[in-house]
Ligand binder design. Sequence first.
Ligand SMILES: *Cc1c(COP(=O)(O)O)cnc(C)c1O
Length: 426
Amino acid sequence: MTLAFERNGSLCVEGVSLADIAARFGTPCYVYSRAALTQAYLSYTDTLRAHGLIDRAMVCYAIKANSNLAVLNVFARLGAGFDIVSGGELARVLAAGGSPDKIVFSGVGKKPAEITEALKVGIHCFNIESASELTTLNEVAARLECIAKISLRVNPDVDAKTHPYISTGLKSSKFGVAYTEARAIYRHAASLENIKVVGIDCHIGSQILDPAPAAEAVDKLLALVDALAEDGIVIEHIDVGGGMGITYRSDEIAPSTAEYLAPTLAKLASRKEKLIFEPGRSLVGNAGLLLTRVDVLKHGIDKNFAIVDAAMNDLMRPAMYDAWHEIVKVQSTPVGADDTPLQKRTYEIVGPVCESGDWLGHDRNLALNEGDLLAILSAGAYGMAMASNYNTRPRAVEVMIDGCDAHLIRQRENAAQLFALESLLP
Ligand SMILES: *Cc1c(COP(=O)(O)O)cnc(C)c1O
């Protein structure tokens, strides 16, 4: 939320004004801050260091939250590992300079071709989500004459108390294996020739603001680790997943990384296993914003609409999860087009896409002129990563601010590129 601050009447990110960014790169434009990405990552490593756990911990950024190569590269340079969910994400991490031996591969439906690629580069661990997947992995590893290291994603059946679409740790979830079945699946895994059991993992949901469910999940994992030891199965690492929430609106205060992790780490301090963390949103969410321009103002009878040049295809979270993003003006414009003082009105902030669900903010009290720039805050996570080309809209440009420099890290697509892979009938 605090990424942009005002200087000389315009919002800035680090040393660059957003008005300058819009003039140089156009809108809609995702803007990220290298300093904010770095700070978020260091909040994890600093917390682990403070608990004396840094030497046996690995922070694996869950790249589905924002997989731009420059973002991945910032984390790779800081020494991060990566949590991937597809062969495409594996290729991205490698292209961005990530180390294969710090990659964990999650996901419920890994294809043999994706498994093959991951085995060839020697990733750290496959986070297995079903008994069937274990069989496939064993077969692929046998064909390649190698050993696949695995962790089992166990469903601890704790309620993360978050949006149902981003709650993943309940019994009813498609993710992971049931807690009560885990021990048997581990025994089966241990019997497979080309599989080596190395870990246990869980991931109970996303945008979690209460530290208690994560600690509760760890308790359950530890009980299982101890039961497995009785079966002669040694768990080398415990992966507690991601899920830490961020502040989207000022009346919803997220705990700091230190506060969120404290109860979890307290349970792990006396153990000997290595630890893995898979934060996504909390590393990138508040390190990015979406810059957009007001194209049309429509003052209606029931409602006022501000039609901006960003839309649901650029930022899907409001349409998909009913998510709330703070929307602020980039420059203060005291007067309207007719030189009279500009009044605040209540606006629906919407995009130009042909869907009633295409909204970015409801009931926002703003004094607007056509042509004004708006910043949609906390848009660094699950923003560009979920963007589509619906309505044949080129996706937004992405820019990374580093001090006083603004780097273009993804060009805007053009229409011809959008249909370049299509063909007419003969
Ligand atoms: C999405 C995901 C994460 C990251 O979740 P955040 O809420 O963004 O921190 C971590 N691990 C797995 C397995 C995931 O699917």
